[in-house]
Design a protein around this ligand. Structure first.
Ligand SMILES: Cc1ncc(COP(=O)(O)O)c(C=O)c1O
Length: 388
C-alpha cells in the first residue's frame, strides 16, 4: 500500500482551521469565535424559494454554466450596483461556492511552474490550490504595511515574473479592504507587468465604512481580472454552495470545460434559492451588515482594552489580533484559551508563515456570545498567560 497517495497531496498541509477545530468537536459549552460563517440562518424567503422549487419538481441538472435566469440576475445586479457589465451568455459561470471558482481560475490559467503572488496573511486555500494547479505560490508579507498590499511592495516581487496575483478584499483574516484610490495604484503595477488578477470579493457586501470597488471596474482592469463572488457570506448561504465567476469569454470557456467534467452544475435547488436572494434579499443583507457593524465596534473597543491589539477591520467579520503582550505564541494561546476557558479562536499561523503572534477572532456570533467570550478572555488574561 506504499506510495498510493500522490506526492503533491502528501506534501500538502491540512487546513490549520480544520486541524484546530477537530479539537473543538466534542467539547461542551465552547463559544466558537473560530468559524468563518454567518451565525444567521438563510433569510426565510430564500429558503422558501428552494423548498418551493422542489415542490414544483425542479430536480434536474441545469446548463453547465448554471441557470440562465441566475446568470441574468447576477449580470443585472452587477450592472445596477457597480456599473459592471458581464454578459450572462458567456462571461458568467455559476460555481460550487467561491471555493470552486477559485480552483477553476487557477487550473484554467496556470502552466507548471507559473508563479502566483499571494498577499499574506490570506485565506487558507490559496496556497494549496495554487500548488495543486501546478503553480508556485509566492507570498507577500503585508504585516509591516498594516496588512495592506501597496503598489510599492508589489513592485518588489516582479523579479519573480509572476503570472497572476490573488487579491481578497475585504480580507480574511484581517478585515482589511481598499479604497478605489488604493486599488488604482495596485492596478497600475498589475497592468504594467501584465498579471492576471484573481479577485476574491466574497465579503464585498460586508464593507462598513466606504463603498466597495470591484477590481474589474477600474479602468483597463476588466480583461485581466477574474472576478469571484458568491452567496455564502452576504446572504448567509454557506451550506447552499453557490458562487460565481465573471471574466472574459476565453477564461469562462476554459473554466467551464473543467467544471463540466468535474461538477457538471451546481444543485438546481441552490441556484433557484440564489435567484430569490438576488431578487429580494438585499434588505436582509443590509440588516445583517448593520448587526455585524455593531459587533465590530463592540469587539474593537474591548479587544484593544484587553491589550489584544488589532486594527479596525474595514469589512468581513474578523479581527486579526496580536497576542504578543501575553507572552504566549498563537498556538499556545488558542489551545489554552480553548482548554481553560472554552473559547475557540484560530491561531494566525493558519493564514500564513510568520503570524505566530496573531489570532483570528470571528464576530459572526451573537452579541451575547461575544460578551461572554470577552469576559472569559479577560479572566484568562488576568489569571492565565505566561507564568500566571
Ligand atoms: C476569502 C474567502 N474566499 C472564499 C471562501 C469560500 O467561500 P464559499 O463558501 O463561497 O466557497 C471563504 C470562506 O470562508 C473565504 O473566506
Amino acid at each position: 500500500m506504499k506510495n498510493i497517495i500522490s506526492k503533491k497531496v502528501q506534501d500538502m498541509q491540512p487546513s490549520g482551521i480544520r486541524a484546530f477545530f477537530d479539537l473543538v468537536l466534542g467539547m461542551k459549552e465552547v463559544i466558537s469565535l473560530g468559524v468563518g460563517e454567518p451565525d444567521f440562518v438563510t433569510p426565510w424567503q430564500i429558503r422558501e424559494a428552494g423548498i418551493y422549487s422542489l415542490e414544483e419538481g425542479f430536480t434536474s441538472y441545469t446548463s453547465n454554466k448554471g441557470l440562465y435566469k441566475l446568470r441574468l440576475s447576477i449580470s443585472r445586479d452587477l450592472k445596477n450596483r457597480y456599473g459592471l457589465k458581464y454578459s450572462p451568455e458567456d462571461e458568467i459561470l455559476i460555481t460550487v461556492g467561491v471555493s470552486e471558482g477559485f480552483d477553476l481560475s487557477l487550473r484554467a490559467i496556470i502552466n507548471p511552474g507559473d508563479k502566483v503572488l499571494i498577499p499574506s496573511p490570506g485565506y487558507v486555500s490559496y496556497g494549496p490550490l495554487t500548488e495543486l494547479a501546478g503553480g508556485i505560490p509566492i507570498y507577500i508579507d503585508t504585516k509591516s504595511d498594516g496588512f495592506k498590499l501597496t503598489a510599492k511592495l508589489l513592485e518588489k516581487f516582479m523579479h519573480h515574473y509572476p503570472k497572476a496575483i490573488i487579491l481578497n478584499y475585504p480580507n480574511n483574516p484581517t478585515g482589511v479592504s481598499y479604497t478605489k484610490k488604493e486599488l488604482e495604484k495596485i492596478k497600475q503595477v498589475i497592468l504594467k507587468h501584465k498579471l492576471i488578477c484573481i479577485s476574491d470579493e466574497i465579503y464585498a457586501d460586508l464593507t462598513y465604512d466606504f463603498a466597495h470597488t470591484p477590481f474589474a471596474t477600474l479602468s483597463g482592469a476588466k480583461d485581466r481580472t477574474i472576478y469571484l463572488s458568491g452567496f455564502s457570506k452576504s446572504y448567509a448561504m454557506t451550506g447552499w454552495r453557490v458562487g460565481f465567476v465573471c471574466g472574459t469569454k476565453e477564461i469562462i470557456a476554459a473554466m467551464t470545460k473543467i467544471h463540466q467534467y468535474t461538477i457538471m452544475c451546481v444543485s438546481i435547488t441552490s441556484q433557484m434559492a440564489a435567484c430569490e436572494a438576488i431578487q429580494t434579499g438585499r434588505v436582509c443583507v443590509e440588516e445583517m451588515k448593520r448587526e455585524y457593524k455593531r459587533r465590530r465596534e463592540f469587539m474593537f473597543d474591548n479587544l484593544n482594552r484587553l491589550g489584544l491589539k488589532c486594527i479596525k477591520p474595514d469589512g468581513a467579520f474578523y479581527f486579526f489580533a496580536s497576542v504578543k503582550k501575553t507572552g504566549l505564541n498563537a498556538l499556545d494561546f488558542a489551545q489554552r484559551l480553548l482548554q481553560e476557558k472554552k473559547v475557540a479562536v484560530v491561531p494566525g499561523t493558519a493564514f500564513g508563515r510568520g503570524f505566530d503572534d496573531y489570532i483570528r477572532i470571528s464576530y459572526a456570533s451573537s452579541l451575547d456570545n461575544l460578551k461572554e467570550a470577552l469576559n472569559r478572555i479577560e479572566v484568562f488574561l488576568t489569571k492565565g498567560g505566561k507564568g500566571g
